[in-house]
Design a protein around this ligand. Structure first.
Ligand SMILES: Nc1ncnc2c1ncn2[C@@H]1O[C@H](COP(=O)(O)OP(=O)(O)OP(=O)(O)O)[C@@H](O)[C@H]1O
Ligand SMILES: N[C@@H](CCO)C(=O)O
Length: 305
């Protein structure tokens, strides 16, 4: 076999209260074609990808080389050809999509020595949390936690997202790395806030599993990360406070931000939300773009070509 192609969905993590636990995949894709080469090269086509390294220091090569090492194989020379429409470092799981894409393509090139579950465990170790990588691997909604021991499998449940559930992604014109957005979080939380989030996250999972969109506005409330990250994302507090009065079922910071997602159904609600977020972003003088995202229920797709 000459080449493998993987198509990986982008994702949103947390969905409000499910910090490091809940993820959802979107129809917004990174495509990676991978084959052996004489000399390693990473060719990239997509907004902002030209800022990434094209040699062995690229994240894609680093991850693929780790998979080869885990399989007991020497580090190879590889050619990656990458196309992506996923905005980088904006909270839509670009790094998770890259990690999943590199692992799945390298695994396919080696004729699949590792199962999907083993790849999930590797991806979680590399990303540090299971939310985005789980959604990129399995599609739909994924609920997962890190395993209690390094050797154990990652416990997760995946379920299908309703086709009619659209997300309006409000994507500010600035980067916010996950690393930076985690430094503003406290080390200790009040008992009341922990109880609040356990309740809301549990309610959210149950509401999503049963298609109870009417519960999202209250179930998506969070006290663990959004209140602290609001200082880094102008307009976030106002959008979260009032999106439900302007056409949204519920809203959240997407992953570590700065993107904000507003769940809605129907064109009338989309138009109402667009005017609402525009008023707030203009008031804060923040440039932004919007994307209308549909759920991806398939997860990563791999083919040999
Ligand atoms: N296709 C890619 N190829 C190589 N590296 C990538 C690719 N996509 C993302 N990355 C790396 O991942 C970094 C972004 O990771 P980060 O976790 O900060 O943001 P994100 O994954 O876009 O957002 P979030 O984790 O909040 O959803 C980029 O700066 C780049 O180093
Ligand atoms: N759960 C992660 C997602 C971003 O990688 C966070 O919010 O920091």
């Amino acid at each position: 076999m000459n080449k493998v192609r993987v198509i990986v969905p982008a994702s949103t993590a947390n969905l409000g209260p499910g910090f490091d636990t809940l993820g959802m995949a979107f129809q917004l894709y990174t495509t990676i074609e991978l084959r052996y080469a004489e000399k390693t090269e990473i060719r990239m086509n997509g907004p902002e990808l030209d800022k990434l390294p094209t040699d062995k220091s690229n994240l894609l090569y680093q991850i693929a080389a780790q998979l080869f090492a885990e399989a007991g194989r020497p580090a190879p020379e590889l050619l990656f050809e990458v196309e992506s429409t996923v905005p980088l470092t904006r909270g839509l799981g670009s790094s998770a999509a890259a990690i999943v894409g590199a692992l799945v393509s390298a695994n396919a090139l080696l004729d699949e020595p590792f199962t999907r579950e083993q790849l999930f465990a590797m991806a979680c170790r590399l990303e540090g949390h299971p939310d985005n990588v789980g959604a990129s691997l399995f599609g739909g909604f994924v609920v997962a936690t890190m395993p209690d021991t390094e050797q154990a499998a990652v416990p997760y449940v995946r379920f299908t997202a309703p086709e009619q559930l659209h997300a309006l992604a409000v994507i500010p014109d600035f980067w916010l790395s996950t690393e930076k957005a985690r430094t503003v979080l406290p080390d200790l939380y009040r008992k009341e806030d922990m109880i609040y989030n356990v309740g809301h996250s549990s309610l959210l999972v149950a509401a999503l599993a049963q298609g109870r969109l009417d519960l999202l506005a209250s179930a998506m409330q969070d006290r663990l990360h959004q209140p602290y990250r609001a200082q880094l994302v102008p307009g976030l507090s106002e959008i979260l406070a009032s999106a439900a009065e302007h056409g949204a079922w519920g809203a959240a910071l997407s992953g570590a931000g700065p993107t904000i997602i507003c769940f809605y159904t129907g064109e009338t609600n989309r138009q109402q939300l667009l005017s609402f977020v525009d008023r707030i972003m203009v008031k804060h003088q923040v440039g932004y773009q919007t994307l209308t995202l549909l759920p991806d229920n398939d997860g990563v797709q791999v083919s040999k070509i």
